[in-house]
Design a protein around this ligand. Structure first.
Ligand code: ADP
Ligand code: ASP
Ligand code: MG
Length: 468
C-alpha cells in the first residue's frame, strides 16, 4: 500500500481559488498513490485574528473579538458556497463551522470576564482555525468528486500539556492515527486532518507551536508509513534566502535533513523546525512544493548529504532578538557562575538561541527572543546578586535591537576559508559583527548584528550562497 502525506499551508487554503487548486492536486496525486492523507492549516491570517481577538478581550475590548467572529463567518461561508454551494451536505457543514465560531464568541466572552487569556485558553481558541478549515476543505474535495472526511487531530494526536508548544507522545499517537485512518483508506476515503493541534490525555486541546502544521504533516506521514511527506506552500521550494527579502533568491533542489533543520531553526519560515523529527529515523523524504505552481519539482529533503559544490547554501535571519551580556572578572573560572547564569535563564522560561563566551573579555553572552528580555534580566539580577555585590560581576547588559544572521551548508566546516569569506563579505558591506557562533552545529555559522544592519548582512552573505 503506497501512502502520500500532503500538508497545505495557510495561503494554500486561503481562498476558494486556492482550495480549488488544492483539490486538483489531491485528485492528481490520488491517481498515483493508493492512499493520500491531507493535513491543512487554518485559512491564511485566521490564527492571528483568533489570537488577537482573544488578547483584546482579555483587556476588556469585546468588540474586536465580535468583529473577528463576523469576519470569519463571512469568509468561511462565502468560500464554502463558492466551492460546494450545490452540495446536499453543505448546510450541515456550515452549521458545524457556525458552531465553532459560536464557541469562539463564548470563549472570548469568558476571557473578557476573567481579564486574562491563559496559554490553555489561547490554545483552544487558536485551534478553531484548523477545525474550521478541515470542514471546508473536506467539503470542497467531496464537491469535486473525491470522497473525503474531516478529522480533528485532537482525537488522535496525544500530546504533553505544554500549552503553546506541546510535544506529541509516541507510540500512542501513532496507534491512534492508524486505527482512525487505516479503515478510511480501506474504503477509499481521503482524510482531511487539522494541522497544528492535538490534545492531552484529559482532552485539553493543545497546539504544537506557531507554524506547527508542517510538524503535523510529518507526524501523520510517519504514523501512516508514508513514502513521502509533501509540504505545499506559496513558494517553489526552500530558497537560498527569504524571497521577500532578496529578489534573486533561488530554489534549492535538494537539502539534507541536517541542513534543513539548521535553516528552519535559524529562521527560514518555510518549514517548522520540528518537522524533520518524526521522519528522520525511517528516512522519509520531505518535499516542499508550490500549490500555485504544481509542475515545479520543489525541494527534496533527505538523509543524504547534498551533492552541491556550494559550501554556503542558504542564509537566514531571526529578528527581534535580545543580546544579553554578563561581564566581570569573576565570570570565567569562578565555580558555578555560568551554571547559575543559565539556571536563571531557564527559570525565566527563555529559549536561548545562541551562546558565545569571550575568554579575553571575561564575559558570557547569549541571545534570547526580545519578549524574554525583561524576565531574564530580572532573574539574572536576583540570582547573581552576591557576585555583583562582591564585584565578581560588573554588569548585566541587555541589547534589544539585534538579529541573528546564519549561513547554512554542510560544507561550511569541511572547507578552509569559509568563515573568512563570511566575515569578509559582512565587513565589505560595512556591517559590524557583535557576536560570532560557530561550531555548535555541524553546518552553520551565525553572527549577531544590529537590527538596522540585518538586511544588509543577509544580502551580502546571499551573494556567497549564489556565487559559490
Ligand atoms: P505556509 O502557510 O504554507 O506554511 P509560510 O508563510 O509559513 O507558509 O512559509 C512560506 C514562506 O516562508 C514563504 O512565503 C517565504 O516568504 C518564507 N520564507 C522564509 N525563508 C524562506 C526560504 N529560505 N525559502 C523559501 N521561503 C522562505
Ligand atoms: N495556523 C497555525 C499558525 O498560523 C499553524 C500553521 O499555519 O502551520 O501558526
Ligand atoms: Mg508555515
Amino acid at each position: 500500500m503506497s501512502v502520500l502525506a500532503m500538508k497545505f499551508g495557510g495561503t494554500s487554503v486561503g481562498s476558494s481559488a486556492a482550495i480549488a487548486q488544492l483539490s486538483d492536486i489531491v485528485a492528481t496525486q490520488k491517481q498515483e498513490w493508493d492512499n493520500v492523507v491531507v493535513v491543512v492549516s487554518a485559512m491564511s491570517g485566521v490564527t492571528d485574528m483568533l489570537i488577537s481577538g482573544a488578547n483584546a478581550a482579555s483587556r476588556g475590548d469585546r468588540t474586536s473579538a465580535q468583529s473577528t467572529a463576523e469576519a470569519l463567518r463571512t469568509r468561511h461561508r462565502q468560500t464554502l458556497h463558492e466551492l460546494a454551494g450545490d452540495q446536499a451536505d453543505t448546510p450541515a457543514v456550515m452549521q458545524e463551522i457556525e458552531a465553532l465560531i459560536h464557541e469562539y464568541e463564548l470563549l472570548t466572552q469568558s476571557v473578557s470576564v476573567l481579564g486574562e487569556a491563559s496559554p490553555r485558553a489561547i490554545d483552544v481558541i487558536s485551534s478553531l482555525g484548523e477545525r474550521m478549515s478541515v470542514r471546508l476543505v473536506a467539503a470542497a474535495l467531496r464537491a469535486q468528486g473525491t470522497p473525503a472526511v474531516h478529522i480533528d487531530a485532537t482525537e488522535v494526536v496525544l500530546t504533553s500539556a505544554v500549552f503553546g508548544n506541546a510535544a506529541p507522545l509516541y507510540p500512542q499517537t501513532r496507534e491512534r492515527i492508524q486505527s482512525r485512518i487505516l479503515p478510511l483508506f480501506a474504503q477509499g476515503i481521503t482524510p482531511v486532518v487539522t494541522g497544528f493541534i492535538g490534545a492531552t490525555e484529559q482532552g485539553a486541546i493543545t497546539t504544537l507551536g506557531r507554524g506547527g502544521s508542517d510538524y503535523s504533516g510529518a507526524i501523520f506521514g510517519e504514523a501512516l508509513d508514508a513514502e513521502i511527506v509533501d509540504i505545499y506552500t506559496d513558494v517553489d521550494g526552500v530558497m537560498t534566502t527569504d524571497p521577500r527579502l532578496v529578489s534573486d533568491a533561488q530554489v534549492l533542489s535538494h537539502l539534507s535533513y541536517a541542513e534543513m533543520g539548521e535553516l528552519a531553526y535559524f529562521g527560514a519560515k518555510v518549514l517548522h523546525p520540528k518537522t524533520i523529527r518524526p521522519v528522520i529515523e525511517r528516512g522519509i523524504p520531505i518535499r516542499i512544493r508550490n500549490t500555485f505552481n504544481p509542475s515545479h519539482t520543489g525541494t527534496l529533503v533527505t538523509r543524504e548529504a547534498s551533492a552541491s559544490t556550494q559550501a554556503i547554501r542558504a542564509v537566514t535571519v531571526i529578528r527581534n532578538m535580545n543580546l544579553i551580556t554578563v561581564e566581570g572578572p569573576g565570570m570565567i573560572g569562578v565555580q558555578g557562575v555560568a551554571a547559575r547564569t543559565f539556571g536563571a535563564v531557564a527559570e525565566a522560561g527563555a529559549n536561548v538561541l545562541m551562546i558565545s563566551q569571550a575568554s579575553s573579555e571575561q564575559s558570557i553572552c547569549f541571545v534570547i527572543p526580545n519578549s524574554s528580555g525583561t524576565p531574564v534580566v530580572d532573574a539574572l539580577e536576583r540570582s547573581l546578586r552576591p557576585e555583583m555585590d562582591r564585584g565578581d560581576i560588573d554588569r548585566i547588559k541587555s541589547r534589544d535591537d539585534v538579529v541573528i544572521v546564519t549561513v547554512v551548508g554542510v560544507g561550511i566546516h569541511e572547507r578552509p576559508g569559509v568563515a573568512a569569506k563570511v566575515f569578509g563579505a559582512v565587513a565589505a558591506a560595512d556591517v559590524n559583527i557583535l557576536v560570532i557562533a560557530q561550531g555548535s552545529s555541524e553546518c552553520s555559522i551565525s553572527i549577531v548584528v544590529a537590527a538596522k544592519d540585518g538586511d544588509q548582512a543577509v544580502k551580502a552573505l546571499h551573494q556567497l550562497a549564489i556565487a559559490g
